[in-house]
Design a protein around this ligand. Structure first.
Ligand code: C2O
Length: 508
């Protein structure tokens, strides 16, 4: 492996990705940010400069394990203090996985303002395709700044984002509008196919609150990876992509000519306020054509808000979760006190950016504040591998599906069902279960995910619906606490970062 260096500047600017101008946040001026590309085994060195005038930031590399580099996981309040305006932080970590993922701000709701970008990690997995089209980012998008919508969310309402972007672009009609912000000029995403060729597309759902059904009229696809995990390929006419999830698909250019709609439909079963219009892009066989397609979709709209069926997601490298795992059960509920808050075992997650969990660990603290929702896990000192199963039971009665993401590990899905978990491993599938880093907790149901206790660190678990994380739908694992500080190489940088934040923050 080699060392690959990237520079990301976090900027506050205006943008009009769909032809409607608003304030937004960008990496290096673009939405999405630049692709970060590396090979399996490389070291990534990413210099992030905070060019915002009045706010902190912090960047997370979604799905990456951060083995021996927990301090670069990018979660303010857990693994670092935010980067202050005008300052930079260099993130350094090893690429120990391969496939398609994304990076995004983990500071409050910043990623919903444009702070997201693709990561492509090349590895030894073989797949049958001719050309790699790179990432296809599906994103919901609002013409109002997200912090205005956030006020609605805090009151228990469901904010509406009126449109969406495919790789940072879409159209919005300004025809009858006198709104000066409706500047026009948005375009639809387009790609050109050559008949007979096979194209790899890396579908990423980077939405704030949009669950999408992805398809291309007149074409089937072969699904080859779920998140960063190669799977036994399966054929599909559409795929369901929850927030934070990725699928690598291969699409064969099976037509000879014509134009076809590529669709990312809002999955109605996941939308509470009625869906915005489905997002579309265009696949052309003739690059000089400027016509809109006249195709219709043959795909049946999904009536469920879940993931792709577990039976379809068979990891290419099989692994049985064999020994008897430790089970930790967490109950999801909500309270309304001043504003809407999700609770995990009655406690709503809330952090102090000045006092991240890692700092407390450095200070040899063993009892963490209640609202950090810390679950401490210590594997016993044997050489056997040990597994932890996290079971989250939805007790809210609201029937909302939550895409649950774990940092520092990917996980094996042992159970994902409606109804009530019986407290035993009776319903678990231990035989080569699906493996990934975001899985849906079904409304009024439960999700059981297992991971091996092999990565000392402080690892966040949260709902990847942006509001839900900010409303407290999170907990964190402190795994093998005694070994965390030992494994950290850049503790001086970490400390400086926190001193800088403590100095800056009181002045705001
Ligand atoms: Cu995609 Cu906690 O992040």
């Amino acid at each position: 492996g080699v060392t690959r260096e990237y520079w990301l500047s976090v900027e506050n600017t205006t943008c009009a990705p769909d032809g409607y101008e608003r304030l937004c946040l960008t990496f290096n001026g673009t939405v999405p940010g630049p692709a970060i590309i590396a090979d399996w085994g490389d070291e990534l060195v990413i210099h992030v400069t905070n060019n915002l005038q009045d706010n902190g930031t912090s960047i997370h590399w979604h799905g990456l394990r951060q083995l021996n580099s927990v301090e670069y996981d990018g979660v303010p309040g857990v693994t670092q203090c935010p980067i202050i305006p005008g300052e930079s932080l260099t993130y350094r970590f090893k690429v120990t996985q391969f496939g398609s993922t994304w990076y995004h701000s983990h500071f409050s709701l910043q990623y919903a303002e444009g702070l997201f970008g693709p990561m492509i990690l090349n590895g030894p997995a073989t797949a049958d395709y001719d050309e790699d089209l790179g990432a296809l980012f599906l994103q919901d998008w609002s013409h109002t700044e997200i912090f205005t919508l956030w006020d609605t969310a805090k009151q228990g309402g469901v904010p509406t984002l009126e449109t969406g972007l495919i790789n940072g672009t879409n159209t919005w009609s300004c025809a009858d509008s006198t709104d000066p912000k409706c500047v026009g000029g948005g375009e639809k995403f387009e790609a050109v196919f050559e008949a007979g060729k096979k194209y790899r597309i890396r579908v990423v759902n980077g939405a704030t609150d949009g669950h999408f059904q992805f398809s291309i009229d007149g074409h089937n696809m072969t699904v080859i990876a779920s998140d960063l995990v190669p799977i036994v390929p399966y054929a599909a006419d559409s795929i369901q992509v929850a927030m934070g999830q990725r699928y690598d698909v291969v699409v064969e250019a099976s037509a000879d000519a014509g134009n076809y709609w590529l669709r990312a439909g809002w999955t109605d079963a996941c939308v509470m306020n009625g869906s915005p219009e489905d997002m579309t892009g265009i696949i052309r066989y003739d690059s000089s054509s400027t016509e809109d397609p006249d195709t219709t979709s043959a795909v049946e709209a999904s009536d469920s808000c879940g993931d792709e069926p577990l039976a379809s997601l068979v990891p290419y490298l099989s692994l049985d979760v064999t020994n008897t795992p430790i089970i930790t059960s967490e109950a999801l509920d909500f309270v309304f006190d001043d504003y809407f808050k999700w609770t995990i075992n009655s406690s709503s997650f809330c952090l102090d950016w000045k006092n991240p969990t890692l700092l407390q660990i450095f200070n040899n603290q063993s009892v963490f504040p209640t609202e950090y929702n810390v679950v401490s896990v210590e594997p016993s000192q044997t050489n056997e591998s040990e597994w932890l199963v996290l079971v989250i039971q939805d007790e809210t009665g609201l029937g909302i599906t939550h895409p649950i993401h774990l940092h520092g590990h990917d996980f094996w899905i042992l159970a994902q069902d409606t109804g009530v978990f019986d407290g035993t491993s009776g319903s678990f599938n231990f035989a080569n279960p699906p493996r990934r880093d975001v899985a849906s907790l079904p409304g009024n149901g439960y999700l059981a995910i297992a991971f091996e206790l092999d990565n000392p660190g402080a690892w966040l678990v949260h709902c990847h619906i942006a509001w839900h994380a900010s409303e407290g739908l999170a907990l964190e694992f402190v795994e093998s606490q005694g070994q965390i500080a030992v494994g950290m190489t850049d503790s001086d940088i970490f400390m400086d970062q926190c001193d800088a934040w403590a100095d800056w923050y009181p002045d705001v």
